[in-house]
Design a protein around this ligand. Structure first.
Ligand SMILES: Cc1cc2nc3c(=O)[nH]c(=O)nc-3n(C[C@H](O)[C@H](O)[C@H](O)COP(=O)(O)OP(=O)(O)OC[C@H]3O[C@@H](n4cnc5c(N)ncnc54)[C@H](O)[C@@H]3O)c2cc1C
Length: 511
């Protein structure tokens, strides 16, 4: 009998397992894939390394602190990444402090000066209220979450709490319509790009804070390097882990999780089950529905996730491309913004695409003198699922279709990276089906629960680590309704708190 079984060796699962094993608990990790790291994993094509998921993250200090708690003492150097938006009306580096951004926009849009000032004053007010939120906000702090809202320890933050609540209830679109007239400026301020504003004003402030103030960082050795360190630590503490072992069922008895069943029908029991799969996969596929309270199941079914994307990975010869328009590691590019809201998904000139020169600050990720890069664009799962004939199987013509789609994306990117097509030495693609099958994400979702203001997430709490099933905890990106530290750090944070809940309960039951 194990103290805990961890389903999935992504960042959330590995952090949880490491902290428990470090404290002497008997833990077993089951991972479906042949590799650990979940979507924070890299793969190799002819000497070019590519990331399956995250390219960078915010909150590096919190990540470093968390690693220290787990006994990983080596200092990690972080490099701040820069972001450039190139659209019909902008060519701007926007990964810079809000104050500088505000001044630049006022110069560009003199007639909008007053509105820009009012908008940035509000943005800064929310950002300030957001500072250290995970240390005090009832919803984010497991200990305080259990106390009442009027708990004295939060009295100093009453005003911040009010501000955050107020702006969670207001859409960014409404605020921007009030203060800004220019449509392109409205879209930039409301989406950090060229799309119409969709988030709440609070979430928008969180995103601007991460992008402009805290920054997006890349750890030396890559995000996969952090996963390697976690994995090494787990081995050092004496882990038990099984790769290539999918769990097909979480076993429940009388409302309590008691064990798991593997794909090969092996049953393993534990006091606690921690699941690193996403919420919908866990509650709609791994647990018999009669074990789940009906209203909770309904919520999991109906609440929406963030969508998926199509990604083209390129190994290129940089001597053949012209980089004169490129001023950052990440370029968000849109050639045209057609006035109609109807978007043809394959018309990449009228869509925002991301171009990332991934190996730029770590040349070991490409053969000598070459570059690993990627181009991504959002894509709904529904668009690709018609090609799926069975698990891992695709209809005839899929490969060629994907290749043509990838080349179309490259053609659009060529507008700002001339020569790109002729520089390609290796090309690989990933679609929502890839993120579904290798990433194990429900419909290939990439970034947690929906960020859209009109998709209300109503679980009554924001941290979703504890579930209505006793002794079943959730970790990872989907165990929080908001990615308040950024994606990767939030996944780690939930893993840490899950392990603390288990430790606390195990200690309480001993005494
Ligand atoms: C394309 C893409 C781009 C992204 N970009 C960023 C970014 O730039 N910055 C950022 O911070 N985040 C980004 N993310 C989010 C990223 O996924 C997270 O940062 C982080 O990797 C999530 O960690 P997690 O703990 O949720 O685990 P995951 O990475 O989801 O790993 C979960 C693990 O559980 C395993 N598993 C699931 N079900 C089972 C089962 N039944 N049996 C056994 N094992 C199972 C899976 O195989 C997987 O290994 C991106 C994600 C994607 C897909």
């Amino acid at each position: 009998m194990y103290d805990a079984i961890i389903i999935g060796a992504g960042p959330g699962g590995l952090v949880c397992a490491t902290n428990l094993v470090k404290s002497g608990y008997k833990v077993k990790v089951f991972e479906r894939n042949f590799f650990y790291g979940g979507t924070s994993h890299i793969f190799n094509r002819q000497g070019y390394y590519f990331p399956m998921g995250p390219l960078g993250f915010s909150s590096p200090t919190e990540v470093q602190q968390l690693l220290l708690e787990l006994g990983i003492t080596a200092k990690i150097e972080f490099t701040k990444h820069s972001y450039q938006l190139v659209s019909p009306s902008f060519d701007m580096i926007y990964s810079q402090p809000l104050q500088i951004l505000e001044a630049e926009l006022k110069k560009l849009y003199k007639e909008e000066k007053k509105g820009i000032e009012t908008f940035f004053t509000l943005l800064k007010k929310i950002v300030k209220a957001e500072e250290h939120v995970h240390e005090w906000y009832l919803f984010y702090n497991i200990d305080k979450m259990r106390k009442s809202e009027s708990d004295e320890s939060n009295i100093n933050y009453k005003e911040d709490f009010r501000v955050l609540n107020e702006y969670s209830q207001i859409s960014a679109q409404i605020i921007l319509d009030k203060y800004i007239s220019n449509e392109h400026l409205k879209r930039f301020l409301g989406s950090l790009g060229t799309d119409r504003p969709k988030m709440s004003m609070r979430l928008l402030a969180v995103m601007w804070n991460l992008m402009a103030e805290k920054g997006i960082w890349r750890p030396a050795g890559g995000i996969h390097g952090i996963m390697d360190r976690l994995h090494e630590k787990l081995i050092q503490y004496g882990r038990e882990e099984m790769l290539s072992t999918p769990i097909k069922e979480i076993l429940i008895d009388n409302g309590q999780a008691i064990g798991v069943k593997t794909q090969n029908n092996l049953i393993i029991k534990a006091h606690w089950i921690v699941c690193n799969a996403d919420y919908k996969t866990t509650f709609l596929k791994l647990i018999n529905s009669y074990n789940i309270p009906a209203d909770f199941l309904e919520k999991v079914k109906s609440m929406k996730y963030f969508g998926s994307e199509f990604c083209v990975y390129l190994g290129i010869d940089p001597s053949r491309i012209n980089l004169s328009k490129i001023r950052a590691q990440h370029i968000f590019y849109r050639k045209v913004i057609k006035p109609t809201d109807e978007i043809n998904l394959e018309d990449f000139d009228n869509r925002e695409i991301e171009i990332c020169f991934w190996s730029e600050d770590d040349p070991s990720l490409a053969p000598l003198g070459k570059i690993s890069m990627l181009i991504r664009v959002s894509f709904p799962y529904e668009f690709f699922c018609k090609w799926k004939t069975d698990e891992g199987k695709r209809g005839e013509g899929y490969r060629e279709y994907k290749k043509q789609l990838a080349l179309k994306l490259v053609s659009t990117a060529e507008n700002i990276v001339p020569g790109l097509k002729s520089s390609i030495e290796v090309m690989e693609t990933a679609s929502p089906l890839t993120y579904e099958e290798f990433g194990q994400r429900f419909q290939g979702s990439i970034a947690g629960w929906s960020w859209a203001f009109d998709q209300k997430l109503d679980f009554g709490k924001k941290l979703l680590i504890e579930t209505p099933i006793h002794n079943l905890l959730m970790v990872g990106l989907y165990a929080s309704t908001e990615l308040f530290l950024g994606g990767f750090p939030t996944a780690m944070y939930t893993g840490y708190w899950a392990s603390e809940i288990i430790r606390q309960n195990m200690e309480d039951s001993k005494s």
